[in-house]
Structure formats: C-alpha cells, structure tokens
Design a protein. Structure first.
Length: 343
C-alpha cells in the first residue's frame, strides 16, 4: 500500500468528532495527522480520544504543518470560504463541508484559488459515495421502474430549542435549506444527470431563530417534465428519505442521507406491480469512502467524482431556493454553462 493521505481536521465540530474522524480511521488510504481548534484544550481532548499525533490551538498552525496534505473543514458555513482559500494558499487539498459556501460567486472564487495553487477542492456530500446509489442507478437503467417521473426528498429534524446553535444565525449561513435542503437538491441533480431550470419554495421563517428558514417545502423543475419535490426543516419530526418514482414502479431510500446509523444506510426498497422487495447493499462507511476518493484523486491522479463544477451548480440551485422562499415567487435558474469552471 502506498503512503496515506494525511488529513488535518479544522475544528472539533460534532460531525468531525463523531463521523468524519472515525470514517477516516476506517479508510484504506487516509490518516488523521492533526486536529485544530480555537480552543487548544478541546483539540487536545479530541486528539487523545482518537490517538491523533498532533493538535493545535489555531487553524493557522495546522495549515503551517508541512506533514498535512489535506484539510477537512466542518466550520460554520460563513467560514468555509476564508479557510478553504487559506488552506489552498498553504498548498493543502481541501475537503469542505456542505454547503461549500453561501453564494455561487464565493464557490467560484474558492475553486479558482485551489486551481491557481494546484490543489484539489471537493465538497463533502458523503452520502453520494455509498454504493447503494450506484445500485439505484442500475435499477433505473434496467427499466424495472419504467421511465422516471419524479423524485421526492425529505431531510428534517428538530433542534429548535438550541437557540444558540450556528444553524440559527443568518450571518453565519444558517437555515434549513443550507443545512439539509442541499441534500435532496444534490440527490435529484445526481439522479437526473441534469440541472434544475426553476424552483418555487415556501418557507416558515422564525423570528425566535434570527429569521432563518426553519421549514421549507419546494418544487424544483428539471427538463423533460421531471421534478423534485422536497421538504427540509429544523423544527419538525425527523425524516431522511428519498423516493424515486417511475411509470412502472418506485424506489424508496428510507435512510438516504443520514450519518449516525450506518447499518440502515444500505436499505433500498423497490415497489412494482409484481410486488415489493428490499435489497441490502452492505454496511459501508460513506465518510471513509469519501476520504479514499480524495486520496485516489490526490495520489493517483484520478478525477474527483464530484469536483468544483458540481459545487458551483449545487450552490446555484440552493441560492435560487432561498430567493424563492424569501420573495414567495418562482425563480428561474439560468444555465450554469454561461460561466463554466474548468479545474
């Protein structure tokens, strides 16, 4: 086995502590070399927990470590841009949590800086690396559920009592569309293999939570009459599902995006006039698979499965959803090809 891709973890955020670091430790080609936090004690505690060699009391210190090849950035959304750019300028490859940034212009700038410094930039939508999505593609292409007609996605939870949470700050990029709505949006784009043309979104904004979108229902229009209906929320009962409908059947993914119950991630339910069945693809850690895909791109020169172009297209759709929700209007989404990014 060739040497491993050495990650630095930029934050002790919950997703880093409980998901990404354990995922990297289970990967084949990556290791966690260091962890950084503005609170050095927290960094030390996390390093001790996972037997990580080094810990730092600032993000800049981590970026100056010559033994770090790549950084994982799970900071609050409004900090993604500045630290992705700093990391790229320090010669580190970047795996940045979703959403990559708050605007298309910001994501484009991040991608351009990464390109200028000859490092890779990828957005961390971990669920896409699970093999069940390749299996879903096989089922669709087999014709078993007929021609595609629509997709419905739900990603909701209830954390509204934690009013100090960064999700409930407009300035920090809070709101349910940025936090969880981005998942069904990215999934529809992945499954259809095309970009949305327009969106209509209706939202509940809570003044108790700095006016962010706490619940959103949306309709996203794609070509050939295809559509995505979705719901995302942070003040409602938890759901994490995706349903793909065709002329002859449908596919259900009861746990489409989650990260805390890996044993349920493999479930695929297929319903047709011939009956219903359940398939299990196997238990995989999609955080580990995501890290290994990054390692293959860095060390073997393989193309990133989802690179900067995908991030630009996704944030364009997200921004349109937010504009629609804020203005109570249908928003057309101009083709992204007018300003393509080539890595």
């Amino acid at each position: 086995m060739s040497r491993k891709l050495r990650f630095g973890i930029m934050s002790t955020a919950r997703i880093a502590r409980n998901a990404m670091i354990p995922g990297i430790l289970k990967s084949e080609r990556c290791e966690v070399k260091a962890v950084a936090s503005r609170n050095k004690e927290k960094a030390a505690e996390l390093a001790k927990r996972y037997h990580i060699d080094r810990h730092y009391g600032s993000y800049d210190e981590l970026l100056h470590d010559p033994d770090i090849d790549a950084v994982y950035i799970p900071l609050p959304n409004h900090l993604h841009k500045i630290w992705s750019i700093k990391a790229a300028e320090a010669g580190k490859h970047v795996l940045c949590e979703k959403p990559a940034a708050l605007t298309e212009a910001d994501v484009r700038e991040m991608a351009e800086v990464a390109k200028a410094h000859d490092v890779l930039f990828a957005e961390a939508f971990m669920y896409r690396y699970h093999p069940k999505h390749a299996r879903v593609r096989e089922i669709i292409e087999s014709g078993e559920i007929g021609e595609l007609r629509g997709i419905h996605g739900s990603f909701t939870f209830n954390n509204a009592s934690d009013k100090g949470n960064v999700r409930y700050s407009q300035e920090m990029g809070g709101g349910s569309i940025y936090d969880v709505g981005c998942y069904p949006i990215s999934a529809a784009r992945m499954i259809y293999g095309q970009e949305p043309r327009a969106v209509t979104a209706h939202a509940f904004f809570s003044e108790e939570h700095d006016g962010v979108d706490m619940m959103v229902h949306g309709l996203m229009e794609f070509g050939s009459g295809l559509g995505l209906t979705f719901e995302c929320g942070m003040w409602t009962y938890s759901r994490c599902s995706l349903e793909i409908s065709g002329t002859e059947g449908r596919i259900e993914l009861p746990c489409a995006f989650g990260w805390e119950r890996m044993e349920h991630m493999s479930q695929i339910c297929i319903h047709t006039p011939k009956g219903s069945r359940e398939e299990k693809v196997g238990i995989y850690n999609h955080f580990a698979l995501q890290a290994d895909a990054m390692a293959a791109a860095v060390m073997d020169g393989r193309p990133l499965p989802y690179g900067p172009d995908d991030s630009i297209r996704n944030i364009r759709a997200i921004e349109a959803c937010l504009r629609s929700a804020r203005t109570s209007s249908r928003i057309e989404i101009p083709p992204v090809e007018d300003k393509p990014f080539h890595a």
